[in-house]
Write a protein that binds this ligand. Structure first.
Ligand code: NAD
Length: 360
């Protein structure tokens, strides 16, 4: 298969970790007979420096012409970098918002998986961590409270702030279909998280998602109130497979889920649109505190590349090969700085990339 990718290395540790993901992809190509073509585009601080814009229209056009985007991270030190003296629409993060909007990326996928070798980093009770967990938080990314009308004004002499939460049937159905498709590739369970005892929008989610569920008889479907879901994540996370939810609940729960894995440098993510197109990136940021030192953990970006193989290209065997290689290097005891215990030997970013590539 020929896979055409737009690559955004970005700022901070972005170039270091993306280089390692490309190394692993090239090894997958060699072993399984695929070709990965890369075209690099600029986004974030590096684009501001080169063009004055965080993301140019030309860069967007290139991204749109490809099958997928592989992204490192963007942004710098928000206290000291001159990028943050610019007006908000000219700052690095504006590039990220623009590309999400232009590519219509409405479904955000964040897996949370506890590696047995990293159990000690899990902040949960030992008996809970011992059971492990492997879930996919699926968050709606372009609707709901963050995108509704908002204003603050004086009403009857009282200053009043209003935010509106809107969802259409179409917005719910398209992400529900994605959620069930993804559950079919996993353990075949979907938990819809909502606040249907209070919110009209949640009641519409329940109705539409139940309709979609009827088309997937193999998938177990349940609903859960968001307050209960927040508790269950720390009490019994192993019960979840795909957790499907709206924008704000997903924002909060996906951070809670990543926290219980204990290691930000290990967590990939994907943002998908209605086609097979996706943008794949690590969950963490550009880590300016460790940039340029070749010590960042490239695993989150390498696993993001594995998600790309699985969800954009349907190359499940190849995605499995990457995930198995990551498990192997952890079993063999290799650790980057962020996941090493005090006194434990550490490998550099490029060494970790090579160790994983060698095990494909
Ligand atoms: P961060 O995730 O960059 O860093 C938080 C901590 O985690 C730091 O100590 C960092 O060294 C560590 N860390 C993160 N990724 C790591 C990795 N792969 N290996 C080892 N350690 C790692 O968060 P921050 O410091 O709050 O943000 C820094 C910059 O990143 C800001 O400009 C922020 O806006 C930006 N950011 C970008 C994205 C994105 O590109 N999607 C996401 C979040 C933050």
């Amino acid at each position: 298969m020929i896979c055409n990718l737009a690559v955004i290395k970005g700022d901070g540790i972005g170039p270091e970790v993306v280089t390692e993901a490309m190394k692993v992809l090239d090894k997958v190509g060699e072993k399984f007979g695929h070709t990965f073509n890369y075209e690099q585009i600029l986004m974030g601080g590096c684009s501001i420096d080169a063009t004055g814009e965080p993301l140019t229209d030309e860069a967007v056009a290139i991204a749109k012409s490809k099958d997928a985007v592989l992204l490192g991270s963007i942004g710098g030190n928000t206290q000291t970098s001159p990028w943050y003296k610019l007006p908000p629409e000219k700052r690095p993060e504006a590039g990220l918002l623009k590309i999400r909007k232009e590519l219509e990326l409405f479904a955000n996928l964040r897996p949370a998986y506890l590696y047995p070798e990293l159990k000690e980093a899990c902040p949960l009770k030992e008996s809970v961590a011992a059971q492990g967990f492997d879930m996919m938080i699926m968050r709606e990314l372009t609707g709901g409270l963050y995108f509704g009308d908002r204003y603050t004004k004086e009403i009857d002499g009282v200053v009043t702030a209003v935010d509106t939460l809107t969802y259409t049937e179409k917005e719910i159905r398209r992400i529900a279909i994605k959620g069930f498709d993804i559950a079919m590739k996993r353990r075949k369970k979907v938990t819809l998280v909502d606040k249907a005892n209070v919110l009209d929008s949640s009641r519409l989610w329940r109705k539409i998602v139940a309709e979609v569920a009827a088309d997937y008889p193999e998938v177990e479907f349940e609903t859960m109130l968001v307050d209960n879901a927040a508790m269950q994540l720390v009490k019994n996370p192993s019960q979840f497979d795909v957790m499907l939810t709206e924008n704000m609940f997903g924002d909060i729960l996906s951070d809670e889920a990543s926290m219980i894995t204990g290691s930000i440098g290990m967590l990939p993510s994907a943002s998908l649109n209605e086609t097979k197109f996706g943008m794949y990136e690590p969950s963490g940021g550009s880590a300016p505190d460790i940039a340029g030192k070749n010590i960042a953990n490239p695993i989150a970006t390498i696993l993001s590349a594995a998600m790309m193989l699985r969800y954009t290209f349907d190359l499940d065997k190849e995605a499995d090969a990457i995930e198995t290689a990551v498990k192997k290097v952890l079993e063999e005891g290799y650790r980057t700085i962020d996941i090493a215990k005090p006194g434990e030997a550490q490998v550099k970013c490029d060494e970790m990339g090579s160790l994983i590539a060698d095990r494909i």
